[in-house]
Design a protein around this ligand. Structure first.
Ligand code: AMP
Ligand code: MG
Length: 488
């Protein structure tokens, strides 16, 4: 594997108008941390979707998204001025098994921009062709997962969950070969950074102290400027990750592949593969076809989160002058995560139930509702979205049990509970069966269902209308999606 080549000279064609104000800090880090890598051009790029609001935040003129050249940029055919395309090296634990060599196998970081909000973000093309980290993969993505990531990441953002964003999606005009021939696509992903727990693991496992130090300094300066050493960094990452997982739990969201290479150091949800929102609730629910034993099932997510933070702590240990003491301190830090998570979880579910200051007893009240929901297979999103209504009990087979629970709940509800609940409980999520419909239509060249769902999930808290009500409906028996796929 060749690493550390100097950044490629951009492939710029004259006459292109789109300006992206790049400032590429990762490309200034030690060269063994990445490989300079241009995207591989594609035959016939066509824009499917672009995100004008996000473009504006990034300092890109949204009018440029509507020009023919936009598809060339977001397919990787035209490299905009100032980009320094590269593929990042990382490692990771996949389903608990150590893999020393992963990295961007089908993605290229075009560069970074500092947005109008002062936040530095990566702009990355995913599905942009092979890199030295591709192993046996083709470096490509097909339309299905690109549409899913676009929809789910934008929905998560609309619901206040830290997440990577979708700036654009294009089809490539080329075939991708999986079990069948599929249309190729590229998604442009925007993240506070693409640095993962696995990025730290890559250098720690190689004993590359130069890179490990540079990475740590970079992450502190970029994401956690209040941290003055790796121990403080660990505490802050744990706190952000615990809060993130609590938000997932509050939406019935199952990430599906919580491998350490899919854990963003910035605390954003990243790598939407076989992810899914629960319809009929059960804590053991898992969707991913490759997650045979339910390692990443709904209720396991907080525990796996702590496991992932233990791997992060391990990767930071070599930076500490007194390793024995650091092992003790870092172990204690990881052991604090469940308590931090509990408090975040109570806040999230407290708001969903209209309880302003949830106590530990309220934790039991919340769990009792979740138990009832599981026993009744109640639809996760709709139960919370309609809990304030007189007919909430209709979601439950044993209505007496629900009424008994509701009596306890009424004693704890805040005066403004209904308003609180309306802000905390989305009416519309990108339901699995809807996403499947969108993908089927997209394969036939019809993107209207994609845009309709995108519009609906962008405004998930407003009362339902005649147009949006169908998106809120739980799947019927034959619409149920039981398995999701990584879609690589
Ligand atoms: P993921 O399951 O998307 O988190 O990917 C795990 C690893 O496999 C990462 O290193 C990816 O870059 C790599 N990978 C996934 N799909 C492909 C593909 N089609 N071509 C090359 N590498 C891939
Ligand atoms: Mg990944």
């Amino acid at each position: 594997m060749h690493q550390g080549s100097t950044p490629c000279s951009p492939r710029v064609w004259p006459g292109f108008r789109m300006q992206i104000p790049f400032d590429n800090s990762y490309a200034r880090l030690p060269p063994q941390m990445y490989t300079a890598q241009l995207p591989t051009p594609v035959k016939a790029p066509q824009m499917i979707a672009s995100n004008a609001a996000l473009a504006t935040t990034l300092g890109i003129d949204p009018a440029d998204l509507a020009t023919p050249e936009a598809a060339q940029v977001f397919a990787g055919n035209h490299i905009p001025h100032g980009a320094a395309p590269l593929a990042q090296a990382y490692a990771g634990h996949q389903f608990g098994n150590w893999n020393p060599q992963l990295g961007d196998g089908r993605a290229v970081l075009l560069g970074e921009v500092v947005g109008t909000d002062g936040i530095r973000r990566d702009i990355q093309l995913k599905g942009s062709g092979p890199t030295p980290y591709s192993r046996r993969g083709d470096g490509r993505a097909w339309l299905g997962p690109v549409m899913r990531e676009y929809l789910v990441s934008e929905a998560m953002h609309a619901m206040g969950v830290p997440t990577t964003r979708a700036l654009a999606a294009v089809t490539t005009g080329e075939d991708v070969y999986r079990e069948e021939v599929l249309p190729g696509a590229v998604i442009t992903r925007v993240a506070q950074s693409h640095i993962r727990v696995g990025t730290f693991q890559f250098f720690a496992s190689r004993g590359d102290m130069t890179a490990l130090r540079a990475l740590t300094d970079h992450v502190i300066a970029r994401h956690y400027p209040q941290a003055n050493d790796p121990a403080a960094l660990l505490d802050l990452v744990i706190a952000r990750y615990a809060a993130l997982i609590a938000k997932w739990m509050g939406l019935g969201f199952i990430h599906g592949v919580m491998n350490t290479d899919n854990v963003s150091i910035a605390g954003e949800t990243i790598d939407y593969g076989p992810c899914a929102f629960i319809d009929g609730f059960h804590p053991d629910r898992a969707f991913s076809a490759i997650d045979q034993y339910g390692r990443y099932a709904y209720a396991n997510q907080p525990g796996i989160g702590a496991w992932n933070m233990a791997q992060f702590a391990t990767a930071l240990i070599p930076l500490m002058p007194d390793r024995e003491a650091a092992i003790e301190d870092f172990t204690a830090a990881v052991h604090r995560m469940p308590g931090i998570y509990e408090a975040e979880w109570r806040k999230v579910f407290g708001a969903k139930l209209g309880i302003a200051t949830p106590t530990e007893d309220d934790g039991a009240l919340i769990n009792d509702l979740l138990d009832l929901m599981a026993k009744n297979g109640a639809d996760f999103t709709n139960t919370f979205a309609t809990l304030h209504a007189p007919n909430a009990r209709d979601q439950f087979i044993s209505r007496d049990a629900f009424d008994a629970w509701a009596d306890r709940w009424h004693l704890r509800r805040s005066a403004d509970a209904v308003a609180m609940m309306a802000r905390a409980n989305p009416q519309i999520i990108p339901r699995n069966h809807r996403i499947e419909e969108v993908i089927v239509a997209g394969r036939n060249g019809d993107y209207a269902p994609f845009h309709a769902l995108l519009a609906a999930i962008t405004d998930p808290y407003v009362p339902l209308t005649e147009d949006t009500a169908p998106f809120a409906r739980a799947p019927s028996e034959d619409e149920h999606v039981t398995r999701t796929f990584c879609g690589t």
